[in-house]
Design a protein around this ligand. Structure first.
Ligand SMILES: NC(=O)CC[C@H](N)C(=O)O
Length: 232
């Protein structure tokens, strides 16, 4: 059975939900601690959401300096699938595994809502179970979700098809080009602001009245990773 590690940092919030999502997808979740140096031989890694180090300095900035993050960076560069969810996305950017930055929502408020996204890239390790152009509903909850990058980086991301998810409808935070998630060149590292681990069980995910669906779109992130691991 594939083993997917979930790293807990001081101030992490969603590591239990991430572990549960991994279990529901049919893999074994492995709890990893930020202060360790050992990835325990996991096949893939999830950096969960939350408020690591109280969001001091910048969201994810201090977590990116954790001992285990050096191992995560090395594993990511060797091709291990890595998913950063919200605060985890902020860590991936701070660790330079993904380009650009995440800044305060343009309206200045913390936002919480069921967010419709367009799936733009189904070739990554975490999105192969989706259909290109598909609309999915994934909960969004953050204070610093505005994606920024310089013009050259943005053009490169767009030109290479590395924008993985885009916000539909009203842009919730001022992200450039409505970007909700991106991938690295190799497609093994994906970061996004919405929370797929909160949309894995009927009745507990996004408001089903928004669409006549059961709110389990998030599960496909994790089953995609299993498929990627089987293909290796
Ligand atoms: N849900 C989260 O992971 C929140 C991330 C971060 N603390 C923010 O507010 O932007």
């Amino acid at each position: 059975m594939a083993r997917i590690g979930v790293v807990t940092f001081p101030g992490s919030l969603d590591e239990r939900d991430a572990q549960r999502a991994i279990r529901l997808a049919g893999a074994e979740p492995v709890a990893l601690w930020h202060g360790d140096h050992d990835l325990q031989g996991v096949d893939a890694i999830v950096l969960p959401g939350g408020f690591s180090y109280g969001d001091y300095l910048r969201c994810g900035a201090i977590a990116a300096q954790s001992p285990l993050m050096a191992e995560v960076v090395a594993a990511a560069n060797a091709g291990t699938p890595v998913l950063g969810i919200c605060n985890g996305f902020q860590m991936l950017v701070e660790a330079h595994l993904l380009p650009g930055g995440l800044i305060r929502n343009d309206h200045g408020n913390f936002i919480r809502r069921d967010q419709q996204l367009t799936v733009e890239n189904t070739t990554t390790a975490w999105t192969s179970e989706f259909t290109q152009g598909e609309t999915i509903t994934i909960p969004l909850k953050n204070g610093e979700g505005g994606y920024i990058a310089d013009a050259e980086t943005l053009a490169r991301l767009e030109g290479d098809g590395r924008v993985v998810f885009r916000y539909q409808g009203v842009n919730p935070n001022g992200s450039l080009n409505d970007i909700a998630g991106i991938t690295n060149e190799r497609g093994n590292v994906v970061g996004l602001m919405p929370h797929p681990e909160h949309a894995v069980e009927p009745g507990f995910g996004p408001n089903t009245r928004v669409r006549m669906r059961s709110g389990v779109d998030g599960l496909k992130f994790f089953t995609s990773a299993l498929r990627a691991l089987q293909a290796v």
